[in-house]
Write a protein that binds this ligand. Structure first.
Ligand SMILES: [Zn+2]
Length: 428
């Protein structure tokens, strides 16, 4: 296995040197040297590795002795550091929030959010709804070697059709605007709102599949999760939070390789501001937090309202169910895609993803499983794995440089030394 991967690495280097020396000067090549590299595959970490990057993509990754650095290449010394693939958030939102309010979508806010995600090592965010033109433009413009903030994929509006015919029309509009996935909600918000009827979500899913699109579903209850899977849903965008998952559900997920996105931090955000959370004192959080939100969430009136909110207490109980379900599904071999539902007010982008990894570990996953779900598996679940999720030749050079090994302790993902997107250093 080792010699096979080395052969690929060497072949990639050889190809580079014979095919493109004239039009690609060596100065466009960067060699990141000396780090321990977790490449995100099942291979063991590589000590004293060299990552060769050209035009935003990885040319070769391997032990220093096996990777030839071209003369004139720029060198970045990373001795003593650990490199992991950039994190992929399979359920976020961007561009829409200012302070405690939504509805402020703008190009400026999209860029602001993508920079914030990148500052915490999240180099790809799959937005599951509320995306407008500026988000589509960001997605369409990101396949460039100069990108230096998180990549974005978009769902467009969250569809809420009133009839099967309306469902067809809205999905066709989604297809025309080239969404990356279709998003619907099948939920009654703890009994507060009507739930989308089965004939409507069936029409959404059928039409989406006709147009070659996949459907992500927001849900809460196990019965709904099974029903939407029966109807052909492609992605479970939240934890099942009412009851423990069962073997039938596991079998349904595995039969069609449908992935499950826990969004544990979404649950935390529904009740934690009944008091001031400890991380409000963490300089690493405060560095990029929107202080208007922090200040609002510290207000005693808001905190006591949350403390006495029935919904908050219900979601708090839901988190315990979600934690156990994550462990059950992971043990059963279901694809887990790390996701948080950050972006709306009180759900802090970047920092929450790192907390999500810790929550997943607390739920019983090993650091290796947690990292896989936040890199390779999330990319695979969102159909991004041809170019993202692992550090392998031809993929985008999106990675995080850490001062400590996250496989030893998942909290080491907080010890960020630098973040690179397409080989470019993101603003710290
Ligand atoms: Zn969401």
């Amino acid at each position: 296995m080792k010699s096979f991967s080395l052969a690929i690495a060497c072949a990639a280097v050889a190809l580079w040197s014979v095919s493109t020396p004239a039009q690609q000067p060596a100065s466009t090549t960067t060699a990141f040297t000396g780090a321990r590299v977790i490449d995100g595959t099942d291979r063991a970490p590589i000590d004293n590795a060299t990552i060769l990057v050209r035009n935003g993509r990885i040319v070769a990754v391997g032990p220093a002795a096996s990777v030839t650095v071209p003369g004139g290449a720029r060198r970045v010394a990373l001795a003593g550091k650990t490199v992991m693939p950039g994190l992929v958030n399979a359920h976020g939102h961007v561009g829409n929030t200012v302070g405690m309010e939504q509805g402020h979508y703008s190009a400026e806010n999209v860029t602001r959010d993508l920079k914030t995600y990148a500052a915490y090592g999240i180099t790809t965010v799959f937005s599951l709804g509320d995306d407008q033109a500026a988000g589509f433009a960001a997605r369409d413009g990101q396949r460039t070697a100069t990108l230096d903030h998180a990549r974005l994929f978009v769902a467009g509006p969250v569809l809420a059709p009133k009839s099967p015919a309306d469902a067809v029309k809205l999905v066709d509009e989604d297809a025309a605007m080239k969404v990356d996935i279709v998003k619907i909600r099948v939920d009654d918000n703890l009994g507060a709102t009507p739930k989308m009827a089965p004939e409507i979500y069936k029409a959404v899913i059928d039409e989406a599949h006709k147009k070659g699109l996949r459907v992500a579903v927001h849900l809460f209850y196990l019965a709904d999760a099974k029903a939407v899977l029966d109807a052909g849903a492609d992605f479970i965008a939240h934890s099942v939070r009412d009851v423990p998952v069962d073997d039938a559900f596991i079998a349904m997920l595995k039969r069609r390789n449908v992935c499950y996105c826990p969004t544990l931090m979404r649950e935390v955000s529904t009740f934690v501001y009944e008091s001031t959370p400890s991380w409000f004192a963490d300089p690493f959080f405060l560095k990029h937090a929107d202080m208007a939100q922090v200040d609002a969430l510290k207000q005693p009136a808001r905190q006591s309202a949350m403390a006495s909110s029935k919904a908050a207490q219900r979601y708090k109980a839901g988190l315990d169910v979600a934690n156990r379900n994550l462990k059950t599904l992971s043990d059963a071999g279901v694809g887990i895609a790390m996701g948080t539902d950050t972006g709306p007010p009180a759900r802090f982008q970047g920092y929450f993803e790192l907390m999500e990894l810790e929550m997943m570990a607390k739920a019983g996953l090993t650091p290796k499983q947690v990292l896989a779900s936040a890199t390779r598996d999330a990319a695979k679940c969102m159909k991004l794995d041809a170019e993202l999720g692992t550090l392998e030749p031809n993929k985008w050079a999106d990675f995080v440089v850490l001062d400590a090994d996250p496989l030893a302790n998942i909290s080491n993902v907080r010890k960020i030394s630098a973040v690179y997107v397409a080989g470019n250093r993101a603003e710290p």
